[in-house]
Design a protein around this ligand. Structure first.
Ligand code: PLP
Length: 456
């Protein structure tokens, strides 16, 4: 095999991008602002100041600055695990017998096992710079909590994590990694907050949801002096930090003159997809190039493909700001049998607007077909992928198989967001043949959407 393009394309350390890209600067239709549920007015920096760190609020509300300098302290931390490789999946291509060229940007090469560290380290840096004592957050599958624990211990900040109860029970080892980095973990919903007690009274025996855990973490930050709340996805600032993924991908592609045709990312709250794809979508918005971008979400929590583009709460307890996004309703709780992550009811407002404006497409996939793709990938490419990432693998394989039919040698780039070492309970269910596919009915989604706040 002539191998002009290496199996792994690495950038040199001094080629790590030193700025993040803000796609909002290139959007003609800006994402709708976050609004205050009490006044229905757009939130200002002053409104956000008690909840989030000041510098991050600036990033959150800035629709105009195209590039933000990455502080040197963060670039230095990035050097411990970045640049991440862009890998040519030669072995997967061979196994599929496809003429397509498949590439994946691998973000699993750090202890947190996912891309989440890219934003965790930035958020911890700004919290430290502001002189805070600590931060609170929620975690679903556990990657965000782990990433934030690592970032907080690096900067000497206290870290309090509300972990969705079903994953707290299913993933004791993730919990232990976080504790090793000094974080305090509480299963959610808990009786340590008003909102947690209220949710427990209303839904006794609930296994929790990200929306519940967010409500608890926010309440907990507001009730402690010197604490702020941080979030690992959905927010504009998180998408901004994650663009390091897409910018590195662009630089790696440039080295070998690779022009991606199809760009694929899994979509939970939208941070990895936004991080990988928005630098490319920016080229589309500026009229410089065309790409086919695909968001892949679970059929059990299908915000883009079956949700509504409307203002909604970001949390179950309905104490957070309202965001205009594709949502299944803040009261939507995905089936506990869904093991593949990506359980959030809403979606980034930036990606929601871009999707609404037709800049990318979305599809949903069922969890057994996701795990089939995960196993196929693991056996030929050597990496045990996270279930979330495997949604993107599924779509990449499907696109490569289409190329096999048409004979087209398209360049497919997908985000391999992380590793699945803490998801072996889910792999066990798949290997035992006891994994099912749960798809919410139209009636269930309609019932949840009927409870959307009345805004417009
Ligand atoms: C959190 C996570 C996701 C999904 O979150 P996004 O914000 O949609 O990127 C995907 N993959 C992995 C490995 C994750 O940890």
């Amino acid at each position: 095999m002539e191998q002009k393009i290496p199996y792994k394309i690495y950038l040199a350390e001094n080629e790590i991008p030193t700025q993040w890209y803000n796609v909002r600067a290139d959007m003609k239709v800006k994402p709708a602002p976050l609004i205050n549920p009490a006044t229905l007015k757009p939130l200002t920096e002053a409104d956000l100041a008690p909840i989030f760190c000041n510098e991050l609020n600036k990033q959150e509300l800035d629709n105009d600055t195209r590039y933000f300098d990455i502080p040197k302290e963060i670039v230095d931390f990035y050097k411990m695990y970045r640049p991440s490789p862009l890998v040519r999946a030669y072995f997967l291509e061979e196994a599929l017998g496809t003429p397509a060229h498949i590439y994946y940007k691998f973000e699993g090469n750090n202890t947190s096992g996912s891309h989440k560290l890219n934003s965790a380290i930035a958020q911890a840096y700004y919290a430290k710079k502001q002189g805070l004592k600590g931060v609170t957050t929620e975690t679903g599958a556990g990657q965000w909590g782990t990433a934030l624990s690592m970032a907080c211990s690096y900067f000497g900040l206290d870290c309090q994590v509300y972990m969705v109860k079903c994953s707290y029970e299913q993933k004791p080892f993730r919990r232990e990694v976080m504790r090793t980095y000094g974080a305090k973990i509480t299963p959610s919903p808990s009786d340590t907050t008003n909102v947690g007690r209220k949710i427990l009274a209303e839904f006794p025996g609930t296994t929790g949801s990200l929306g519940c855990a967010i409500s608890e973490a926010v309440e907990s930050a507001l009730s402690q002096e010197g604490y702020r709340y941080v979030l690992g996805s959905v927010l504009n600032q998180v998408l901004l930090h994650q663009t390091i993924i897409g910018l590195e991908t662009q630089a790696a592609c440039k080295k070998y003159d690779i022009k991606p045709d199809i760009i694929i990312g899994c979509a939970g709250g939208g941070s990895n997809l936004g991080g990988l794809a928005t630098p490319f979508i920016g080229e589309m918005l500026r009229g410089e190039a065309e790409y086919k971008v695909i968001a892949v979400e679970p059929a059990s929590c299908p915000s883009f493909t079956r949700g509504k583009f409307a203002y909604d709460f970001c949390d179950t307890g309905m104490i957070c700001p309202l965001a205009k996004m594709y949502t299944l309703g803040s009261q939507f709780i995905p089936s506990a049998s869904h093991a593949g992550g990506l359980r959030f009811h809403g979606m980034s407002t930036v990606l929601s607007q871009l999707y609404h404006d037709g800049l990318f497409e979305a599809r949903s996939v069922e969890q057994t077909e996701v795990f089939e793709a995960a196993v196929q990938f693991a056996r030929v490419e050597g990496i045990l992928p996270a279930p979330e990432s495997s949604h993107a693998i599924r779509a990449a394989i499907d696109e490569a198989l289409k190329c096999k039919e048409t004979g087209e040698a398209k360049n497919i780039v997908f985000g391999l967001t992380g590793t699945g070492y803490f998801d072996l309970y889910a792999y066990q269910k798949f290997n035992d043949g006891t994994m099912g596919d749960y798809i919410p009915t139209d009636a269930e989604i309609a019932e949840s959407l009927a409870k959307l706040p009345k805004v417009e």
